[in-house]
Design a protein around this ligand. Structure first.
Ligand code: FES
Length: 587
């Protein structure tokens, strides 16, 4: 392959690129903020830059069209460049180059000497497509607005034509569709700025708490899928309405939506039957990215708007994981990274340098409070941290009277109970008289029998109700943490790497943000040697969905990444069961 050198002024940056690379690609790949108003279609002519060729000749070219086939120097205009900063635990700066664009045209009126057809008058460029609907409305639209119109462009297609200059109103929404919660972000696609965020419980929970029960519900009766699909679309429309009400925009200003969800959530959203996701060998109907008209899904944005659903990887590693991997930029990593997203399921991705492995464990529910006596999600009233030192301490989210214990509080409690010798290596909660550790003895009076099961009382909730962790909860916890720890080990083995090769551990999801790394290592959820390498990255799936809507380049990175991640099915993996049993205890 032949390479050429591109020198970018005024910063004097030198970049080697393969022949035939467009300047747009060079800018995007190297984080150079530059605006491509029509997305690089060559229509708007607003991406002009001056270049100096190797023979000294100066030329003005469209950065989106010019292909590098010799050494060139590019003089970037010193204009204010737009970029968005995302703060979701990871800060990312991306050039704004949204999935949907608007370009304003003031066109010459037709005359006998210029009698080009209306479409050619509007788009004087080959290869740009449109719909019959746009063409049907075009003659009146052009003439009623004195040939001053704004085109709305998705990829290489004009999806709508609006009268006069409407370029100041172009919105998009990014959604993270979780099994339990839905989070939406309203984004100004001109600036990349987040205008507001909205969230709600996923109303599908009334048909089943986890993905398996929802798949069964969808498969049981012909109306099942309709109900699940209708429930999530209804809530998405409510959230869109709430977001535009709050910001005083109209839902007609929204032209694009990105959705990142697990594979089941994406199937249900698109009303694709998820039946075979729950039956071995657990195959999805589709893993490729899906782009559909919002109107087709009855999503109440501009009826010409588009919906972009993230690509999935496998039955139990979905678009939300792809979005998280994108947000964490694992595709740019040259040292081994480990990403753990613990939500209602637990997905793990390991990789660097273009080679990635992923697996899924049914480990999440315990960390989200499901099947734990006093368990709850990390919301107001949840105990999130516990410490059994010389002084007894616990903290409650929202600093209110505790009503339950969050996943991070559960990890802390078990870790602390191990440290003070109240829980042994096998996970047995000791009776007060069995405790030998001096610090542990201090906490003897917190051990009691509740509903016939030995329990450790953490705090007193409203009306004196005890908030506790009992022996059954600890067993449940061991299974969940054992599955994650075994998943990590199997991935490492398949990758041919050692634990100490891991350079960084990203913990995605709310749980990851609250989790105390020390406790996570004490209980063996994450190998101890990685303690100083753990980094909470917040709602990375939501961050990835936002990146993709703000930048076509990020969307394309997500699609490319999804094709490079290989899925490992743990349930049939020859060493998963033995590894899992080894990981259930505490070291
Ligand atoms: S971005 Fe190059 S012409 Fe529009």
């Amino acid at each position: 392959m032949t390479f050429f050198e591109v020198t970018i002024l005024p910063d004097d940056v030198q970049i080697k690129v393969p022949a035939e690379t467009t300047l747009k690609q060079v800018f995007n790949d190297n984080g150079i903020n530059f605006e491509f108003p029509c997305g690089g279609l060559g229509v708007c002519k607003r991406c002009k830059v001056s270049i100096i060729k190797s023979d000294g000749q100066v030329q003005e070219v469209l950065a989106c069209q010019y292909k590098v086939n010799e050494d060139v120097t590019v003089n970037l205009p010193q204009k204010e460049l737009k970029h968005a900063i995302l703060s979701e635990g990871i800060d990312r700066h991306v050039a704004v180059d949204a999935l949907i664009k608007k370009v304003y045209f003031e066109l010459p009126r037709p005359s006998l000497s210029d009698n080009r057809d209306d479409w050619r008058r509007l788009i004087n460029q080959q290869g740009i497509k449109t719909s019959l609907k746009v063409l049907q409305g075009l003659p009146e639209k052009l003439r009623q607005s004195d040939f001053k119109v704004t085109t709305v462009i998705a990829g290489d297609t004009v999806v709508a034509v609006e009268s006069y200059d409407t370029t100041d109103k172009l919105l998009g929404m990014a959604f993270d569709i979780g099994t339990t919660t839905i989070a939406g972000y309203l984004i100004d696609l001109k600036t990349g700025k987040e205008l507001c965020r909205v969230s709600a419980l996923n109303p599908q929970t009334r048909f089943g708490a986890d993905v398996i029960s929802r798949i069964s519900f969808a498969a049981e009766s012909p109306e099942g899928l309709d109900k699940l699909h209708g429930a999530v679309i209804g809530e998405i429309n409510n959230l869109i309405q709430e977001a535009v009400r709050e910001t005083q925009y109209s839902n007609l200003d929204i032209y694009a939506i990105t959705f990142a969800g697990n594979t089941t959530m994406e199937h249900l959203l698109l009303k694709i039957p998820p039946t075979y996701l729950a039956r071995a060998p657990y195959v999805p109907v589709v893993t490729e990215p899906i782009i559909v008209d919002a109107a087709e899904l009855n999503i109440k944005i501009n009826p010409d708007g588009k919906v972009f659903a993230f690509p999935n990887i496998a039955g139990f590693v979905g678009g939300d994981t792809v979005a998280a991997v994108l947000a964490a930029e694992m595709d740019k990593a040259d040292k081994l990274k480990l990403l753990i997203d613990i939500g209602t399921n637990g997905e793990i991705v390991l990789g660097a340098n273009g080679k990635y492995l992923a697996c899924s464990t049914a480990a999440g529910p315990a960390f989200e409070g499901v099947q734990i006596s006093c368990g709850m999600r990390g919301a107001s009233g949840a105990i999130d941290h516990v410490s059994l030192g010389e002084e007894y301490k616990y903290t409650v989210i929202g600093q209110t009277t505790p009503i339950g214990i969050a996943g991070s509080g559960l990890v802390d409690t078990v870790a602390e109970l191990i440290k003070v010798g109240i829980v042994d290596k096998k996970g047995r909660l000791l009776k007060p008289e069995e405790i030998e550790n001096d610090l542990g003895k201090k906490y003897r009076d917190k051990i009691t029998t509740i509903n016939g099961i030995l329990a450790f009382v953490i705090a007193e909730g409203a009306s004196g109700r005890p908030i506790y962790v009992n022996q059954k909860d600890i067993r449940e916890f061991q299974l969940a943490k054992g599955a994650i720890a075994a998943g990590i080990e199997v991935l490492l083995k398949e990758y041919g790497a050692q634990t100490q090769d891991i350079d960084e551990v990203y913990l995605a999801g709310a749980f990851g943000n609250y989790l105390n790394p020390e406790s996570a290592c004490t209980v063996g959820l994450i190998p101890k040697v990685l303690k100083s390498k753990i980094k909470g990255i917040g709602n990375a799936a939501g961050a990835g969905a936002k990146l993709a809507i703000i930048s076509r380049n990020e969307y394309e990175r997500a699609v490319a990444l999804s094709q490079k991640i290989n899925y490992i099915e743990l349930s049939s993996h020859p060493s998963f069961n033995s590894t899992f049993f080894n990981k259930v205890g505490f070291e």
